[in-house]
Design a protein. Structure first.
Length: 572
């Protein structure tokens, strides 16, 4: 009896705890599955989607062909307007359809009165809003909206500004909307101070707003000019306020680049005055060369206007009674007198040497920049690896004292290359530019005509227009890969040292009338064509090509003798 009772108890437990819950679970599962659609396989879903796409595509193509046919036949009716609307609602970037739609609207202007045209264009604006919902950055939609607003008999500019505000609240970097807003502001005459307040609001809500910072840079010179004569930089009082605003931005988020770009604009507002920095006149070559402080448009020296910083002109074959040096104003007027036989004259601008690559700084501006440098140094202590802070410190040092801060600048460039290795080539080129500027300044201080910048890891050459009067250049032991076309500016160059580089091309060493010696040992010149420009240098006597691949070419010596007959000393 005891065993039988035990078996009954076990059966009861199994029934109560296992079988009944299992039955309930099965019942609930069946109830949940009742009426549920069977899940289709992935292949079935894809096939149905493909068929749906094909169906839509056929409808789209038929409507498109109908539009093209109507346009070809010169039909501008309401049906064509409806067809283009259907197509552009799904694809607002169809430029041809926008063109056709404008043709239809212009036709309707000729057959409708002003009130009807007003209603048509108002409906067009509502339609464009639906297109912008499909693609807020549609070129065609924004362009068409500007076209419609400009032709609207009674435009509602307040509504258009409100639309721009809504769009920019969704995406404050929508440059299409920014362009349209500027057009609306211009057409409606919104005051500049109101627009500046608008940028205040956007920047206050989001420092990382490129468009707002840029728009601000266009408004400030209009509202706070330093002088009444346009174009004018912003006044000093407002400049200090802008420094404070932008400092709040990059101290809040040092890694956001938009504020740093605006800060660089504030630091680099002034431009150097256009003036002649150097004039060289040679009776032997019957040539005059004029170098300007920055690229200018000059049509006197060439048959057509051309923007450049240095120009050369063949001297007219007339005798000159005037004493040398030639009057610089004769050069500007295009009536260059010819020096007496054998004479050669040249001059440098009398401007202070330290302003050669930067604008003159007043005491007030110098103190402001010094204060800015101190602030950036404080931020750099907190963020030692912030690339934007490091680069700005370099630019501030360049503006204040390029030679005095040379050692610190080079150290910061090295840190930049380590921190931002993907842009190391950019930093190398920028560092090369600054090193060349410093070397030119030192050369000017010493009042010599020798330019030596060897073993400085140069990757590029620049400011060659400032070396017009140099007779000897040493570029050895750098990382140069070519001598650029601007090298042809060096009309006085006699000796060029460029050993231990990676030079593959001599395209810039062209028609240098005084070049006598060129040293190119341990470079990468590999073909005779690479040396072809040297054939235009009539006085070349010494050429060193040791360590170049071209020296392994068979019969290279005889080929070079034929190409460069003036060379008397050839080192291979």
């Amino acid at each position: 009896m005891i065993v039988e009772s035990l078996y009954k108890y076990v059966d009861y437990i199994l029934y109560k705890l296992i079988i009944i819950p299992a039955l309930w679970g099965l019942l609930i599962f069946c109830l949940l599955q009742h009426g549920r659609v069977k899940i289709k396989s992935t292949a079935q879903q894809e096939e149905e989607k493909r068929k749906e796409r094909e169906k839509k595509l056929k409808i789209y193509v038929a409507a498109r062909d109908a539009c093209f046919s109507k346009r070809k036949d010169g039909v501008w009716d309401d049906e064509a307007l409806q067809l283009t609307q259907q197509l552009l609602s799904s694809n607002p970037d169809f430029a041809t359809l926008w063109n056709y739609r404008r043709e239809i609207l212009m036709h309707l202007e000729t057959v409708k009165d002003e009130d009807e045209v007003q209603k048509i264009y108002e409906a067009e604006l509502f339609f464009l809003e639906s297109c912008l919902k499909v693609n807020p950055k549609s070129y065609g939609s924004w362009h068409h909206r500007g076209w419609v607003s400009a032709r609207l008999p009674r435009p509602d500019w307040a509504r258009e500004l409100s639309l721009c505000d809504r769009c920019l609240s969704l995406d404050d970097r929508n440059f299409h909307c920014w362009d349209y807003r500027r057009m609306v502001v211009k057409m409606s005459g919104v005051p500049v101070d109101k627009e500046l307040e608008f940028t205040d609001r956007l920047i206050g809500s989001n420092f990382s707003n490129y468009s707002s910072w840029h728009y601000r840079s266009t408004l400030l010179p209009l509202l706070h000019p330093e002088s009444p004569e346009p174009p004018s930089p912003i006044c000093e009082e407002q400049l200090l306020k802008e420094y404070e605003l932008v400092q709040n931005a990059f101290f809040t988020d040092p890694n956001d680049q938009s504020a740093w770009f605006y800060y660089r604009w504030l630091l680099g507002r002034a431009e150097r005055e256009e003036m002649i920095s150097c004039v060289y006149v040679s009776r032997d070559e019957e040539r005059v060369a004029v170098a300007f402080s920055r690229p200018v448009n000059v049509s006197i020296f060439t048959y057509s206007p051309k923007k450049n910083s240095i120009f050369t002109l063949k001297l007219p074959s007339i005798e000159c009674r005037a004493s040398c040096p030639c009057d610089i104003y004769f050069v500007l007027l295009g009536t260059v007198c010819r020096p007496a036989a054998g004479a050669r004259c040249w001059c440098r601008d009398s401007a202070t040497d330290q302003e050669l690559f930067r604008s003159e700084l007043s005491v007030e501006k110098t103190s402001v920049l010094q204060s800015e440098l101190q602030s950036c140094n404080q931020l750099q202590e907190l963020e030692p690896l912030n690339k934007w802070c490091l680069l700005t410190i370099i630019l501030l040092m360049r503006a204040l004292d390029p030679l005095g801060y040379e050692k610190e600048t080079l150290a910061h460039f090295q840190t930049l290359k380590e921190v931002d290795s993907m842009r190391s080539a950019y930093y190398s080129d920028l560092c090369s530019k600054f090193m060349i500027e410093n070397t030119i300044l030192k050369m000017e201080y010493a009042e010599v005509r020798v330019f030596s910048i060897s073993d400085k890891n140069l990757t590029t050459l620049c400011h060659l227009d400032q070396l017009l009067l140099v007779t000897h250049i040493n570029l050895s032991s750098n990382q140069l890969q070519r001598l650029p076309p601007q090298f042809a500016m060096l009309q006085c160059l006699e000796v060029l040292e460029a050993d231990n580089n990676s030079i593959e091309s001599l395209e810039g060493v062209y028609h240098l009338p005084k070049l006598e010696e060129i040293l190119l040992r341990n470079n990468k010149i590999s073909t005779l064509a690479d040396l072809q420009p040297l054939a235009s240098c009539p006085k070349l006597k010494r050429l060193d090509l040791r360590g170049n691949p071209i020296t392994q070419t068979s019969s290279i010596e005889s080929q070079l003798a034929e190409l460069l007959p003036s060379v008397t000393e050839l080192l291979l």
